[in-house]
Write a new protein. Sequence first.
Length: 69
Amino acid sequence: MSTAAIHTQRVIEVTEADLPLHCPMPADSLWSGHPRVFIPVREKGEALCPYCGTLYKLRGWNGQSNHAH
């Protein structure tokens, strides 16, 4: 059996009003901060932060990018 610590993944549901999305979000406390990174949640409806592993899910995502290029 592994002695590695078990980590609970943080999942945050966001809306179009939260876009453009970055992590950490404004409401997050700074003690666990990392460099701000923009999260491309529109591409697949969900995306992981490469620093902290938080999973962001876009509420109402219909399988297509809603962003005009």
